[in-house]
Ligand binder design. Sequence first.
Ligand SMILES: Nc1ncnc2c1ncn2[C@@H]1O[C@H](COP(=O)(O)OP(=O)(O)OP(=O)(O)O)[C@@H](O)[C@H]1O
Ligand SMILES: [Mg+2]
Length: 230
Amino acid sequence: MLELSNIRAGYDRTPVLHDVTVSVPKDGVAAVLGHNGAGKSTLLRTAMGLIKPKGGTILLDGENITRLAPHQRVARGMAYVPQGQQSFPHLTTAENLQLVADGRKDGKEAIAEALDLFPVLGELSGRRAGLLSGGQRQQLAIARALVTRPRLLLLDEPTEGIQPSVVAEIEETILTLARRGGLSVLLVEQHVGFAMRAAQRYYVLEAGRVTSDGAGGTESEQAVRAALSV
Ligand SMILES: Nc1ncnc2c1ncn2[C@@H]1O[C@H](COP(=O)(O)OP(=O)(O)OP(=O)(O)O)[C@@H](O)[C@H]1O
Ligand SMILES: [Mg+2]
């Protein structure tokens, strides 16, 4: 459903991605793994249109979106949760969700769906986002993305820096989302076990190049660990 082909991208004069090809299956999960600085976030930013690639093409369900602005990609059903649990810290949980829902005909329903997935956010509706725990902020960030009712979700290290008890909860929710259909996910994740349980395809990125890729599933876990250890 999302095809990134031969992508070259980076910052000013710093090339980061060299000829990267990644494909997200329809209603499935593609996981991108790699060490710090490998270019994983750069890849997601490029997919979302926040960085203009110097080469390569991006197709969304066959449409060439390589030159589209981020908001045009959102209008086509893409949503992006950046690394680091960003929301508006001075707004409450409810206000953060409402901000995304404003102007959407299905806003109320979409918020209800998101709260269904993350019930804790309903209990914390009046609390400022800046006062939430890291795990709660991550749940809010994912919920905000879901309020746009995406068909493709880009998730950048959703469990990074979060206390272990909440990590499992967030992982379960992502698995639930991925399995209920109608949503494809491009997941950047450092936890190999979880990434491989969630994914139908995996890609290991090293210094801006795909050095290993294949079918997801726990049976590929050893291959991924080996690719990451070199
Ligand atoms: N805004 C920026 N300007 C210039 N260089 C950047 C910028 N952001 C990242 N880089 C560089 O691009 C390379 C890839 O960074 P990127 O953030 O994509 O890696 P990553 O795989 O997401 O790493 P991490 O696991 O730490 O999140 C790194 O060398 C980094 O220093
Ligand atoms: Mg990153």
